[in-house]
Write a protein that binds this ligand. Sequence first.
Ligand code: PLP
Length: 411
Amino acid sequence: MSGKYRFNNIIKVRYEQFEKLPRDLMSDSEAVFLWGDEYWQHVPQFVLDYLNEVANSYDLDTRTNSEAKQNWYAHDYRDAIAEKLLVEDRIKLDDPRKQIGTCHGAADGFACIAGIFLEPGDEVLVVDPQFTFAWGLPDLHGAKTISVPISEEGNWNIAEEDVPDLLEPKINNKTKMMIMCMPGNPTGTVFSEGTTKAIGDILSDHEIIYLEDSVYERRLYDDSKFVSMGSIPSMKDYAVCVRGFSKIYNVRPFRTGYIVANEEIIDKVWRWHMLGGIDPSSIYMKVLAKCLRKEMSEPLPPRWHEDYKREWDVMRKWTYEAINNNQWLSCVMPQAGTYHFVNTSKLGSSDEVFSILRDKYKVLLTPGTWYGPRGEGYMRLCYAANLPEDTKNGVNRFLDAVTEIGRNKSL
Ligand SMILES: Cc1ncc(COP(=O)(O)O)c(C=O)c1O
């Protein structure tokens, strides 16, 4: 740091993803990436068809282009989302056009909500371990994160009856928000309806905002069911649900998402976006509205998605067996997402294991500590990082490396 500039808290925000990933490794064909989601499944054909249809009908004449004028209001997009929320999530909005805000992907939605609420002195509850936004955004605004620990022994979950003892002692008059990635990344946790309701009842009593990141809403296994905090009656005015389409339709480059909340909150979302984000592209919003409408007119869950999930499920089970058959490792079967949160504590700290795997074996997983203090001793492994055969080869390289590290350690 040169000391030349007077930056704000941005200097506290960690971005080890870039710092710890040397450029030469990224283009090294021998390196194995079990780092993050790089879907092998294609964007569903109907999404591509709608994209072509909308793009081809787009009027580039600025005098007649009503699309661009409508962009500001995004009525069609928000109406389609309201239909989806009602059918798929049992969320009934009083006035969808006032209760749905737009954003450039879920990431932008979280930044916006943190931007309109958080300030120095605030406290934010974070179920730990949890995805990086939950730690970085409070840091940016000078708010303090309060870890609400979960554990491997407890299947990275919270039983309904344990909620009061876990949450109440962490709450005081500075507590403004709880941030929750649900279904969980990196742990694959899915809270039961009872747990969600128990959390909601406590938070609403204290008028605490629940910022819900549910980008993995459809990536669920077995009989897991995602219950959004937006459907819990006591949280009607305090749940802020942020969603995107990157994980649903594999369309991360669209950068289009939405925020569902009380209309007073959405009014502030508009103000925030006047300063920075403005609206996502009207083309993508129109495409996504068509996609949602098509899906809501057919039985859920959609067939194409079930097919994708079956393929992820094969990899989930294969990697689970492989990890737990290695004497140095263990993991819990995740109920959602495309990650295993692997216990590597017999081999050393998260950072040590990360560095050895990277430097000696060119195997890249993310260290558990990126997801909070409770991630110490763990590494996140993505089983949708590549085509299944390549992922299997990568996992085998990881397991061989682990066995060698373990053997050297016990010598
Ligand atoms: C848990 C979680 N939330 C949000 C995002 C970002 O979603 P979007 O592409 O909609 O900004 C990611 C991306 O990887 C994620 O893993």
